[in-house]
Every structure is written in structure tokens, then in C-alpha cells.
Design a protein around this ligand. Structure first.
Ligand code: HEC
Length: 504
């Protein structure tokens, strides 16, 4: 019998090792059945290599085929590799075979669901539909949670041995942003529109009197941070999707602040709205950071309107903004005196920035953003930069077509790092302080697609190495340094707030 030749594995290759873990027993049998069939079909080719040496399912790079491969490469990044987003789903467009197939073919591009009708054949869409509906049948979220890896022991990384402490695993829905208060308690946002105070004992209390949040598509309640002088002014900042007061179907990324007393916000005011409002539920961004001088940075995605907004300075979309803590505009902003420009703009040409962090030593603002298919980026931001979206990009459209041949152009910045294929980078933080040895000043980025924490080993502003940590932990939405000096992450499925504790 002949080995499976590389030409049979046409497209992207990845390690079955990664995939294998989330395959259930039925799928494993099916997969090997399929591999066996492929080998059998290939038996006319001559080879002396015994099959046993060719396929080591745990260590060899091999490829999934058909619907499983398409799901892994095209859907799992947004819907969970274990299909968590479809299990126990309240379907918006219906879950009959026809309805699901139609959703896949037509997409809901306005809400961030790409259309696959031109990428996949009708048969591929049917197989994909069948695959999803079969996989989720009889499954519950609780069953998926049982498949989570056991991360209770000591974990070794290249430079550090550590363990995880789960502060709570009770966060409902999609936890999105975390921030530690001076008391040690945490504020955690839930995209559906709730803000939780996670007390030191792990109990959750819901914070009341939030601004009017619209939870739709990728929007909802997004990031949370506290004012640098929170101990004296109790100010909390929230980013979220806000409806146009004159037209409820149009949304914008907005920032509100309020004073936190106990579990109630008061004097809530909207200090920033990234206009114009757009009839779209996609690409809101958005992260909030204060720099060392007290300026507030707000990251805003392109709202799914790639060709309209990010390169034009007359709107607030697809930009990073720099404002005062009360929403006023600093007069030294790069486009403050540019006629026709939105004067809060700090940098432009940005796609969907869901990560932002201040470098612990240089104080510079760093940003991470989702590319389309491929082309995820980490950027170091300087006033007035054009980061190039969508004129230059390392990515392509979700349907496999290209929108630009350019990856570089004069006047546009190159990313510090880019990922192709995408990891879907979400929250990110530099590790600072003395607790983490060689991790210090490295950048830790949560991956939604591969459900791990990606460590970029840094030497100054240069990436000198990579390490993936906590594989299969769940979709990592945010990573932050607490004011207690520990690194924290928040993950989905179930919603867990986790402290990373170095072993001394
Ligand atoms: C970039 C993120 C993204 C990718 C990639 C993606 N989806 Fe979606 N998908 C979404 C979002 C967001 C929605 C919700 C849209 C809405 O509510 O209007 C959605 C909705 C759907 C729905 C309808 C669900 C319902 O409630 O009726 C189906 C079915 C679906 N996706 C299947 C797929 C399949 C299959 C793939 C891969 C071929 C895929 N999606 C890839 C983001 C994505």
C-alpha cells in the first residue's frame, strides 16, 4: 500500500496533534476510516514505505479532509473548534438543514458572518451543514466543558514553570474585558451587556446602571478599565456598541464613564462615540488603555466597511483615538489642525483592533488586530501613523479572493509581527514587574481561533521567538497585568478568570 503523498494533501497542513484532542471518538474513527480509504484508493502507486511509518496520528503533520477540514480552517476560529457556538444555540436564522446551509452560503456579512457561497461548492456546503448538525446533536455545553484539558498541575514553559488559579468559572456568556481594582477584586465585562464585579472570594456581583448597550453580532459590552487615579475618583470606563438615538439599527463603538460605588455606577456619561453610526454588527474593536501621561486610547474597528472608512480621516472608524480622560481632545493630537479630519485620531488604517497594551519600559502604545483571512497584526503605534488597512495587507478575503497585492507601501507602517494563517488575536498584554523572570517585557496575546495564549518573545521592539501556552484552554478573550503584579487571562467555555502564578 502506498503512502499518502504530499500532493494529496493539497492545501494547508497542520498538526493532527492539535486537532486530535478535540475530535470525539466517533470523529476519530471516521477520520481514520477516511484516511484508510484514501490510502486504499492510492494503492496503485508504488512505494516501499510502509504505511505505519507514514502516519503517526499524534506527531506527524497530516491533514483533515472534507467538511472537518473546512470547518477547522474556515469556521472554528469564530464558532469554536469544538462548535461551542452552535451547541445549545438559540438559532437566529433556523437550524433546519436548509436554513443552516443557506446561512453558510449567503452569510450575514453585515454582522461579521462571511458568505461562503463562492468559496465552497454546493456539495461542500451540504457536507459542512451535515457535519455541524451531526456533531452537535445531543451535545450540551456541559459536555464540552468536560473535554477541557486538565490544567490543574504545574505547567512548564520555555523559561518558567507556573500553575493556574481559577478565580471564578461562573462568568456567563462571552467574557470580554478584565480589569483589577485596587482592592484586588475584578471588573469583568460580558459581551451580552453585563458588567460583573468578581470579588476576592470569587463571587460575582452584577454592576448596575450601565449605559444603553446594544448586543448584536460582534458588538455589546466590550472593554473595561479604571482611571489611573481610581482610588480618588472611582472612575470606570466602558467601551461598547451604542445605537444611533435617531435610528436604532445603526451602531457605533462608544466609550462611557461612571463612578463605581459598591456595585453601582453613577453619573454615567458617554465621552466618546466613533461616528458615523453604521448599520453593521461587525468590527467594533475595541480596547481601552491609559498611557503613562494619562491619555486614553480607544481602538475602533472598520465596522465591516473596509473600503469606505479606514483610510479617510474624516470619520472615526478604523482608527485608534487619543483623548483626555473626560473625552476632550488633546490639542497635540497629530491631526488636530488638519482641516476636515476627526481630531481625536491618533493612527489610522486599522481593521479590527481587539488588543492594546502599553509597553512597560518605553510607554509606547501597541495594538493587535484581526486580519481578514491571514494578516493578523501586531503594531507599534506612533502619532499620525497609517497602518495600511486595506491598501496593504498580508491577508486575503474569507472567500479566498484577494483585495490587494500589496504588503508594503511608502507612507504605510509595517506590523511588528503578522500571522498567516490567522490566530485571531484578541486581548493582549506585556508582562511587567519581577514575578515572571524571562517573560518580562514579552507580549502575551490571546488566540480565539486556536484557544491558547501566544507568547511573543521580545528583544526591545523585535520579536525574537514564539511560544504557545495553555493549548485548548478555550477562546482567550483578554490578558492583563493585575495591579497585584500577576498576569490574568479570561477565557470562554465556561467563562473563567484565571491567575497565572509562577512557581518560585
Ligand atoms: C469571522 C467570524 C465568522 C466566521 C469565520 C464564520 N462565522 Fe458563522 N457567524 C458569525 C457571526 C458573527 C454570526 C451571527 C450573525 C448574525 O447574528 O447575524 C454567524 C452566524 C452563523 C450561522 C447562523 C446561526 C444562527 O443563529 O442562525 C451559521 C449556520 C454559521 N454562522 C455557520 C458558519 C460556518 C459553517 C462557517 C465556516 C464555513 C462560519 N459560520 C464562519 C461569524 C463567523
Amino acid at each position: 500500500m502506498a503512502p499518502i503523498t504530499s500532493s494529496q494533501f493539497a492545501k494547508i497542513t497542520f498538526k493532527l496533534k492539535d486537532t486530535y484532542k478535540w475530535l470525539n471518538p466517533t470523529m476519530k474513527i471516521a477520520l481514520f476510516g477516511l484516511l484508510y480509504l484514501m490510502m486504499a484508493c492510492n494503492s496503485s502507486q508504488d512505494s516501499e514505505t510502509p504505511v505505519e511509518e507514514v502516519i503517526d496520528p499524534v506527531n506527524d503533520p497530516v491533514e483533515l479532509v472534507g467538511a472537518a477540514l473546512n470547518y477547522r480552517n474556515h469556521c472554528g476560529g469564530c464558532h469554536g473548534q469544538n462548535m461551542s457556538s452552535f451547541v445549545e444555540r438559540e438559532w437566529t436564522y433556523g437550524n433546519s438543514f436548509e436554513e443552516v446551509a443557506q446561512s453558510i452560503a449567503n452569510g450575514y456579512t453585515n454582522n461579521g458572518m462571511p458568505a461562503y457561497g463562492s468559496l465552497f461548492s454546493e456539495q461542500e456546503i451540504q457536507e459542512l451543514t451535515n457535519y455541524i448538525l451531526t456533531e452537535i446533536e445531543g451535545k450540551t455545553l456541559a459536555m464540552l466543558e468536560e473535554e477541557n484539558p486538565d490544567l490543574s498541575g504545574l505547567i512548564s514553559s520555555d523559561d518558567l514553570t507556573f500553575r493556574l488559579e481559577t478565580i471564578t468559572d461562573q462568568i456567563p456568556g462571552v467574557p470580554w474585558g478584565i480589569e483589577q481594582l485596587p482592592s484586588g477584586a475584578f471588573l469583568v465585562t460580558e459581551r451580552g451587556g453585563s458588567l460583573f464585579l468578581v470579588q476576592n472570594d470569587g463571587n460575582l456581583v452584577e454592576v448596575t446602571n450601565l449605559p444603553d448597550i446594544v448586543s448584536e453580532g460582534q458588538g455589546g459590552l466590550l472593554d473595561v478599565i479604571i482611571h489611573p487615579d481610581f482610588e480618588n475618583n472611582s472612575l470606570v470606563y466602558l467601551s461598547y456598541s451604542r445605537a444611533n438615538p435617531d435610528n436604532g439599527s445603526q451602531l457605533a463603538t462608544a466609550v462611557a464613564r461612571g463612578m463605581l460605588n459598591g456595585n453601582n455606577l453613577s453619573q454615567v456619561e458617554v465621552i466618546f462615540t466613533a461616528l458615523p453610526y453604521v448599520d453593521s454588527g461587525a468590527h467594533f474593536g475595541s480596547r481601552l488603555v491609559f498611557d503613562n501621561s494619562g491619555f486614553l486610547y480607544v481602538s475602533v474597528g472598520d465596522r465591516g466597511r473596509r473600503d469606505t472608512y479606514p483610510q479617510a480621516l474624516d470619520n472615526a472608524i478604523g482608527k485608534i483615538h487619543r483623548i483626555h480622560d473626560d473625552g476632550q481632545i488633546p490639542t497635540d493630537n497629530p491631526f488636530y489642525n488638519t482641516s476636515g479630519a476627526v481630531n481625536s485620531i491618533f493612527t489610522y488604517g486599522t481593521r479590527n483592533p481587539q488588543g492594546m497594551s502599553i509597553h512597560p519600559e518605553t510607554g509606547a502604545v501597541w495594538e493587535g488586530e484581526h486580519g481578514p483571512q491571514g494578516g493578523d497584526e501586531i503594531n507599534l503605534l506612533e502619532a499620525g501613523n497609517n497602518n495600511g488597512w486595506p491598501v496593504i495587507s498580508y491577508g486575503i478575503n474569507y472567500d479566498g479572493t484577494t483585495f490587494t497585492d500589496l504588503t508594503e507601501l511608502d507612507g504605510m507602517e509595517q506590523p511588528i509581527h503578522h500571522w498567516t494563517p490567522s490566530i485571531a488575536p484578541c486581548g493582549m498584554t506585556f508582562v511587567s514587574g519581577d514575578f515572571y523572570g524571562n517573560w518580562r517585557n514579552d507580549l502575551f496575546v490571546g488566540s480565539l481561533k486556536f484557544e491558547y495564549l501566544h507568547r511573543l518573545k521580545m528583544n526591545g521592539n523585535v520579536v525574537v521567538g514564539h511560544e504557545t501556552l495553555l493549548e485548548d484552554i478555550g477562546r482567550v478573550r483578554d490578558a492583563e497585568m493585575g495591579n497585584d503584579g500577576y498576569l490574568y487571562i479570561v477565557v470562554e467555555g465556561p467563562g473563567r478568570l484565571i491567575r497565572v502564578v509562577p512557581e518560585q
